[in-house]
Design a protein around this ligand. Structure first.
Ligand SMILES: [Fe+2]
Length: 619
């Protein structure tokens, strides 16, 4: 008798589904990849259908369906919050109500109806932060670990800590809404003109350009951060309890004006604000880490919740040495709640042990759909496109490596799609990090954005310490740690370049000053968001890096997600082909087939470009 558990997260942002059969993660995917609507928060019907097909199941075969939060408790928070701020919160309350009355309060009915066929499965509603905690601890490689969850808000909690031991987790303490590190970071994201719930990454990328000159003001006026990492926000400055915006008049007065309009130019003030809130966040995370270590006595730490995607803070926490090692759930945001909910039922409620095997149980986070070479061949044949099919993998990787060394940009579509916001080499765009032009080229011609951020590097695990300041053997398989480029890989900067780096109002000029042997992935403070890879985690990508190193002496590639600005990462070969066509990508690798863009496809792509880009809202 097998036990099949479906986890669901929905109706907030980043809806997702996950399937766990007898404790093994069989599948997990975000709804946005199927609907092509970024951060899609609708009920994840298509992600559920995919998960069931991956497990060869129908809804009738499911034993449990686990939802990632408790709708009634959440509703109670909304109601209490409204009453506390009434009548000023009426507008946001009124806007939220129809969906609550229609779907959210009747989640049992909504779920059963959405499955479209009968199921005997028991429905379980887990606590939101318990699902984050479960998603962090259960797939981790640790027998015992401290747990920290940090996000915007779930039902009431915004931060929790606890311990995981064997197959059980126990949350010990929490901080409740409206006091929230995630919402504090989002308030600055909003104020600096980026989108809440997606632009936090940009704010983190902006921080190295600034100085933390507002850090003290933030600590004095906005947040009372205690020595143990607990905190209290001064709600006089925030608007998210009663309005439709994050920040209020007093906040704007404190920081010298109204919020920046999105897409308008960035001033030094915004960079300094980014540096300041980043510094405060790191300080809070470090204090929480120290407190939790002292309280639990654990050597290892696991993390989840949206704030755990702050890889700069994670890198600092690791360097600080409070814990010997950390593991971060790659789908740390609310999508990961679907996985956490399913694992929570299996381990915590059904009391099933965890099979620890040295490495984590996340399987590289390659938990999404896979498409065969035959599928890709049919697609290209239908378009009369002459792709080159490789029978021998070493010939394929040698070919692609030399293309990359020639400065070409390669769409790399291999195996099962990643679960989580980062592309990890299954749906990636790759390039040569040694090229001083690569950052600008990939941004303008492929992503269609003007970015002040460098790209992330993927590096062979056993070469990582030769390029980055990482401890020997330190893995970062999910691109969730930041470390600096090694001193001996940096290059001297002449006075003119230094002037540009410090003063040029156009941040793209600053980021494009060559600072290291791998400029496309080196930020202005020499930091890099690292992904390590080895034969076991992703054999084909590891072999590609080896081939590239044989040619160039460099075991590093640029790895960015396979999409344009505002587009969800591609899921199917069809999505990949459309994105390849509409951009200036040079080569598309679909499983064993390599397609090189010729003049005709290039022209066709340029004609289709505008229409393609118009589908996606800027993020
Ligand atoms: Fe959350």
């Amino acid at each position: 008798m097998m036990t099949a558990i479906l986890g669901i997260s929905a109706f907030y942002h980043d809806s997702a589904a996950a399937l766990v059969i007898d404790g093994r993660i069989v599948a997990a995917a975000q709804e946005e990849r199927f609907t092509r609507v970024k951060h899609d928060s609708a009920f994840p019907s298509r992600a559920i259908a995919y998960c069931l097909s991956e497990g060869n199941l129908t809804p009738a075969d499911l034993d449990y369906i686990a939802f990632y939060d408790k709708p009634l408790t959440k509703f109670e928070r909304l109601l209490e919050n409204y009453l506390a701020y009434a009548p000023s919160g009426f507008l946001s309350f009124r806007l939220a109500m129809p969906l609550w009355l229609k779907d959210k309060l009747h989640m049992r009915r909504t779920i059963r109806r959405a499955l479209e066929s009968p199921t005997k499965a028991r429905l379980i509603f887990a606590d939101h932060h318990e699902t984050h905690a479960a998603s962090a601890f259960f797939p981790s490689p640790f027998e015992r670990a401290a747990i920290i969850t940090l996000d915007g808000v779930g039902e009431w909690s915004t931060a929790t800590f606890g311990v995981g031991e064997g197959h059980r987790i126990r949350l010990i303490d929490h901080i409740a809404f409206p006091h929230s590190l995630g919402l504090l970071y989002s308030a600055f994201t909003y104020y600096c003109g980026f989108k809440v719930n997606s632009g936090e990454y940009k704010l983190m990328g902006l921080a190295p350009y600034g100085q933390p000159v507002y850090k003290d003001v933030i600590l004095e006026r906005l947040i009372d951060l205690k020595a143990d990492g607990s905190f209290w926000l001064n709600m006089d400055y925030f608007q998210y309890c009663q309005g439709l915006t994050m920040t209020g008049r007093r906040f704007h007065e404190l920081f010298g004006g109204p919020p920046r309009a999105s897409e308008s130019s960035l001033e030094q003030r915004h960079m300094d604000l980014a540096a300041s809130i980043q510094a405060v966040t790191e300080e809070a995370v470090l204090r929480i880490g120290r407190h939790v270590q002292a309280q639990t006595g654990m050597k290892h730490l696991v993390l989840a919740g949206g704030v755990a995607l702050n890889c700069v803070a994670n890198g600092r926490l690791l360097r600080e040495g409070t814990f010997d090692d950390l593991w971060i759930q790659p789908a740390a945001g609310d999508a990961g709640g679907a996985l956490g909910a399913a694992l929570f039922v299996w381990h915590q409620l059904l009391e099933k042990p965890r099979p620890l095997m040295g490495r984590d149980l996340q399987q590289g986070s390659f938990l999404g759909p896979h498409y065969s070479t035959e599928h890709a061949a049919r697609l290209l044949a239908g378009k009369q496109l002459p792709g080159q099919r490789f029978i021998d993998e070493s010939e394929l990787v040698d070919h692609v490596a030399s293309t990359l060394a020639d400065g070409k940009v390669v769409g790399w579509f291999q195996g099962r799609m990643e679960f989580g916001p980062r592309a990890l080499g299954a749906r990636s765009i790759l390039g040569d990090p040694r090229s001083p032009a690569m950052q600008a080229t990939m941004n303008l011609k492929i992503k269609f954005r003007e970015s002040f951020r460098p790209f992330a590097p993927v590096v062979l695990l056993d070469r990582a310490t030769e390029w980055f300041d990482l401890k020997p053997g330190q893995e970062s398989p999910y691109m969730l740690l930041v470390a600096t480029v090694r001193e001996d890989r940096r290059v001297p900067i002449d006075p003119e370049a230094r002037r540009i780096m410090q003063e040029d109002p156009d941040l793209r000029h600053r980021v494009n000053v060559v600072r290291s042997e791998i400029p496309a992935v080196t930020h202005v403070d020499y930091s890099a968001r690292i992904q390590t890879v080895d034969e076991e985690r992703n054999p084909r990508l590891a072999r590609l890096l080896e081939a590239f190193e044989r040619l160039t002496g460099c075991p590093v590639l640029v790895n960015t997600s396979f999409n344009v600005r505002g587009e969800p990462i591609v899921c199917t070969p069809e999505d990949a082909y459309r994105c390849f066509l509409a951009t200036d990508m040079d080569v598309l690798v679909l499983e064993d087939i390599v397609l090189t863009k010729d003049a005709t496809t290039r022209q066709a792509g340029e004609a289709a470009r505008e229409q393609y880009l118009a589908q996606f809202q800027l993020d």
